[in-house]
Design a protein around this ligand. Structure first.
Ligand code: FUB
Length: 329
């Protein structure tokens, strides 16, 4: 496999809208080692690739995350942490806890950050820049577990937004059942209908939709309640709303317990972003479960077979990156 990222060092302080920007170079996994991070959503805006992870807090006892950072790279070699871009509990009146896996898309020069809170709300925040500052335009969630048509018997989390070539935007969301809404042109409202996605095997959470060679790919974490640890599985369809046909596993179980990913094309290559608990285990092998809530974002190349199916990705890890990490210990 192609060598992904070359390393070197350093920290350069740049200005940022809300907090300091940290600039450093990459090489090997995890790609974020100065803090804990999870649930990476990667998108290309202009000539750069942006990653929006959730943030596992230093003293986390559970998934009690509270803010979002934005990371950016122009070359998959150097990387910048643009600092905190949104704090739902401070910047909305209604979000109170559990700022989990976000996603961010661009439309007409504005950036829309979709995020779950309280395991029942999906909010949207808007900015003129990918790195924020983001603001709550609605004053209430965009969608909730109680919205008409939503099917959810567990946590209503993990929004992912896909904009098709015809301009229609879709938000896939949910746990145990994959719900989908068609967003309106304004990206902060939808047409009122909730579609239930069919054809996914053992769907649990962390949906992600991308398009390749005219086909739609819905990848997701399968269920930890069916006798195995969660894997990233995928299905393919001719339409964003399906029906989907199950195709198999992209990524096996990782060391964090939860499995969450995104797939993006950048500079002619395809990448799988995901998280592991390797850094958490390295820093605290003495604390059982530390790695489950102190995760780290990773990236590896992703390849397709000639028939359009995806080759399983084998996660990589760099001992150097683990050794030199500056995350909470
Ligand atoms: O990070 C909190 C939750 O863990 C996410 O929302 C899930 O996808 C899982 O990764």
């Amino acid at each position: 496999m192609k060598q992904i990222l070359t390393i070197s060092l350093g920290l350069v302080m740049l200005s940022a809208c809300t907090t300091k920007t940290i600039h450093y170079e990459l090489a090997g996994n995890p790609i974020i080692t100065h803090m804990y991070s999870a649930d990476p959503s990667a998108h290309v805006f202009g000539d750069s690739l942006y990653v929006y992870p959730s943030h596992d807090r230093d003293h986390a006892m559970g998934f009690d995350m509270e803010d979002y950072h934005c990371y950016v790279t122009a070359d998959m070699k150097t990387f910048e942490d643009r600092g905190v871009i949104f704090r739902p509990f401070e910047q909305t009146t209604w979000a109170k806890k559990n700022a989990w896996a976000p996603d961010c898309v661009e439309r007409n020069g504005k950036y829309y950050l979709y995020y779950p809170t309280d395991v029942k709300y999906i909010g949207v925040a808007v900015s003129d820049h990918p790195w924020g500052p983001f603001e709550d335009p609605l004053g209430h969630p965009l969608l909730t577990i109680d919205s008409p048509g939503v099917v959810c018997d567990r946590d209503f989390i993990d929004p992912c937004v896909f904009i098709d070539d015809d301009g229609q935007a879709y938000m896939f969301v949910g746990q145990n059942t994959c719900c989908c809404i068609k967003l309106n042109e304004d990206m902060i409202s939808y047409d009122g209908e909730v579609h239930i996605i069919e054809g996914l095997e053992e769907f649990f959470e962390a949906s992600w939709v991308h398009k390749y060679a005219g086909k739609y790919y819905l990848s997701y974490s399968n269920s930890p309640f069916t006798g195995h640890k969660p894997e990233i599985a995928y299905a393919m369809a001719d339409n964003p709303l399906g029906p989907y046909e199950y195709k198999g596993i992209i990524l096996g179980p990782v060391s964090s317990g939860t499995n969450h990913h995104s797939i993006v094309q950048f500079g002619g290559d395809w990448f799988l972003f995901y998280h592991t608990g390797d850094l958490g285990i390295y820093n605290h092998p003495d604390i059982p479960g530390f790695e489950s809530v102190h995760r780290s974002v990773c990236v590896d190349y992703l390849y397709y077979n000639e028939d359009g199916t995806i080759r399983p990705v084998v996660p990589t890890v760099s001992e150097e990156k683990l050794k030199n990490n500056t995350a909470f210990k």
